[in-house]
Every structure is written in structure tokens, then in C-alpha cells.
Design a protein around this ligand. Structure first.
Ligand code: ATP
Length: 380
């Protein structure tokens, strides 16, 4: 099948494979780099492995590619087990952070390479490579060598080289790590559009939570070789299950308290200094129970002199806490305040700043308004 026929195929199962990872582990001596991971990636979707340095993201990616073997578990692509299949026979293509283009080959030759290895006749390989380079908008630069391309162009060339064999799974290891911020933002959008138009199942490794939010259908947050939460970007952002996920994905405040009252809609959480917050009621909450909460910095409203800064909220049920601005920094379109509430408790609050609007000076008394829906109850 040519790349064009592949792109014309309407079925996600034929364009990208369903990837099933079942109880996969990899140990180095006594250390578990990947520790019993199970994940299901639907055909045609993009999964991001997100986590701090050393959590096992690249090891898992390399296991899917076939560069690292598994001690336990299975990996299947479109229902077929692949752990015993050599890397070049897996229907999987990988783009490395350094792109790994061959420096002595032109961009066209680099792109044709995978087809040459598959013994595709030269004329046909050339046509298919040009189609792949057209996908990534590089048809004007086909005779250049990698050193004659910008970082973004090299990345596009690496993508063309990976996609030309129309793999069932595309693996990306920190694909934007070598790019500056503006180019990274641009390439993230380009990758997402390209991945959706090609429909290739994709697994991407990053430690950048913002990037994961932008490009992913699903995110697996990893820590110490395990997946600690799997879900859509909105699931992960709106309902983190643990303090680790809440802190890793977005800026949030941590508080704990005891349930003092429950009605059908909301429960009251009493903090250790006696302040009270409203939280959404649920069947998991009981009177007297100690709970951990995460509250996004950008979900808290801040009022000074009765002038409330409007932020969208889905519920009017809220708690108001009195505090004093202790510290502030300008983030451009946002201002981040640290507000002292009572003795020794600080809330980080991020407020949109209108052009020309001044920052609230340190020492200013303010009211914080925290909606029940903004209080995310974490698993114990
Ligand atoms: P980073 O974001 O820094 O690349 P990562 O999440 O991708 O980190 P891995 O490269 O998968 O992490 O490594 C996971 C752990 O396994 C690390 O502690 C690493 O030192 C260890 N590790 C990886 N490869 C080997 C190896 N060949 N021998 C011994 N330990 C290894």
C-alpha cells in the first residue's frame, strides 16, 4: 500500500493499530525502571507518557520499539503480540529527540532510506518519499543535507522519514526538546494536525505537562516506573487523583481538613485553623473523614475593596477566606499572588491581567473566593 492509499483509508484500524500493553516490567538489577504497566491505546489516538526524569517513560517507549526487552508482560499491536518480533519488523517507527538523520544523506535520501531497506523499487520509493515530504511541507528542501536545515525542519524531516513506511505506531521521544519555545509551540500544533490527518497511533514521551495537554488524546502520568493516572487531558487536569498528579499537571494548592457537614450537593471541609471550604458532596465522603484537597491557582477568585475579579465558575456555592497579599509576580497576561490566610497558610492565586491593569501591592487585604467545584478531593 502506498502512503496515498494509506491516507485514503477511512478505517482507524487499518491506518493505526490498537496498542495493548499488559503488565510490562523491566528491571535493571534490583531497580524496576518499568514496573507492571498496563495501558490500552485505541487505534489512531495519541498517548503521552508524562512524568519526571527517571520515571521510566523512555524505557517503556523503547520496549514498544523493540530496543529494550521486557522481563514480564506482553505488548500487542492490532491484537498481535510483538515482543518477539525484531524492531524492524514491528510496523513501528520512532523519532528520536536528536532526530538521528543520516548526515551524509540528503533529506530525500534520508526519507527514502526505510523504503530502500524494505526493497521498494527506487522509482516508487522516490514518489512515496516525496509524498511524505509533502505531508510535512518540505518538498522545497529535498536536496539539502540535515546540517543545512533549521531545528524545526530537521524535525519535520525526521517525521517524514518515520511516516514514509506508514507504520501502525509512531513513537516520539521528547520530540520538541531541542526546539526553542516559539518553534516548540508551532511544532506541537503541526504534529497534532499531522497525526490526526495520518491517523497513526502515536505514543509520545515528554516531561512537559503543557505539551501533554496540547497534543494528547490520552495521558499516562508515570512515577517510579508505574502509571499513577491514565485519562484524557481534561480528566487528568480536572480530576487528579493524587497530590503528585495535581502538582505535576498545573499549579495547585494543597490543603487537608475534616468533613464537618454533608448535604446532597456540597460538604463542608474544616481546615486545621478553623477555616471552612465547600467541596462537592459524593458517596465517598463521610462525616468526620479527613480529606486532601487540591485547588487550582487559576480557579480561585480574588476580591480587593469589593471589586471581584471574574473567573468562570460552574457553581455559585463557594467559601470566602480573608487574607493579605504577601508576594506577587507578573507572568505577562497573568499575575501570580501568594496570599497569606491565617497563620502560616498561603494560597497561590493566578489572576488574568487586563492590559494596563496594575498589580495589587503586597500587604493589601483581599478576599479569596473558592467555589466548591474548584476543590478537587484526592484519593487517600
Ligand atoms: P528522562 O526524562 O530523564 O529521559 P525517563 O522517564 O525517560 O527519564 P528512563 O530513561 O526510562 O527514564 O529511565 C528510567 C530509570 O531506569 C532511570 O532511573 C534510569 O537511570 C534507569 N535506566 C535506564 N536504562 C538503564 C540501563 N541500561 N541500565 C541501568 N539503569 C537504567
Amino acid at each position: 500500500m502506498t502512503l496515498q492509499q494509506h491516507l485514503a483509508s477511512p478505517s482507524p484500524e487499518t491506518r493505526g493499530g490498537r496498542l495493548t500493553i499488559d503488565n510490562v516490567s523491566k528491571r535493571y538489577g534490583a531497580f524496576a525502571a518499568v514496573d507492571g504497566i498496563s495501558l490500552e491505546v485505541p487505534a489512531g489516538s495519541l498517548l503521552t507518557l508524562l512524568g519526571p526524569s527517571g520515571c521510566g517513560k523512555s524505557t517503556l517507549l523503547r520496549m514498544i520499539a523493540g530496543f529494550v526487552g521486557a522481563d514480564t508482560g506482553t505488548i500487542a499491536l492490532g491484537g498481535k503480540h510483538i515482543l518477539d518480533v525484531p524492531p524492524n519488523k514491528r510496523d513501528v517507527a520512532m523519532v528520536f529527540q536528536s532526530y538521528a538523520l543520516f548526515p551524509h544523506m540528503t533529506i530525500l535520501e534520508n526519507t527514502m532510506f526505510g523504503l530502500k531497506m524494505r526493497r521498494v523499487p527506487k522509482r516508487q520509493a522516490r514518489v512515496e518519499a516525496m509524498q511524505a515530504l509533502d505531508l510535512v511541507k518540505l518538498t522545497d528542501l529535498t536536496e539539502r543535507y540535515p546540517s543545512q536545515l533549521s531545528g524545526g525542519q530537521q524535525q519535520r524531516a525526521a517525521l517524514a522519514r518515520a511516516l514514509v513506511t506508514h507504520p501502525k505506531v509512531l513513537l516520539l521521544d521528547e520530540p520538541f526538546g531541542a526546539l526553542d519555545k516559539d518553534l516548540r509551540d508551532q511544532m506541537q500544533l503541526e504534529l497534532r494536525k499531522l497525526q490526526q490527518s495520518v491517523g497513526v497511533t502515536t505514543v509520545c514521551v515528554t516531561h512537559d505537562q503543557r505539551e501533554a495537554m496540547i497534543i494528547s488524546d490520552y495521558i499516562a502520568v508515570m512515577r517510579h516506573g508505574k502509571v499513577v493516572q491514565f485519562g484524557t487531558p481534561l480528566d487528568i487536569y480536572d480530576a487528579p487523583r493524587s497530590r503528585f498528579v495535581a502538582d505535576f499537571v498545573g499549579s495547585s494548592n494543597s490543603v487537608s481538613g475534616r468533613i464537618g457537614k454533608i448535604d446532597s450537593q456540597v460538604a463542608e471541609c474544616i481546615l486545621d485553623n478553623g477555616d471552612r471550604l465547600q467541596v462537592p458532596a459524593s458517596k465517598h465522603l463521610a462525616l468526620g473523614q479527613t480529606i486532601e484537597l487540591a485547588i487550582r491557582a487559576n480557579a480561585i477568585r480574588l476580591a480587593v475593596d469589593g471589586q471581584r475579579t471574574a473567573l468562570p465558575q460552574t457553581s455559585e456555592t463557594h467559601a470566602t477566606l480573608a487574607g493579605i497579599v504577601a508576594f506577587s509576580i507578573n507572568l505577562g497576561d497573568m499575575v501570580r499572588y501568594e496570599v497569606r490566610v491565617g497563620e502560616g497558610r498561603y494560597f497561590v492565586v493566578e489572576i488574568e491581567r487586563q492590559p494596563g491593569q496594575l498589580m495589587i501591592p503586597n500587604g493589601t487585604p483581599v478576599d479569596l473566593s473558592i467555589a466548591a467545584q474548584s476543590c478537587m478531593v484526592l484519593d487517600a
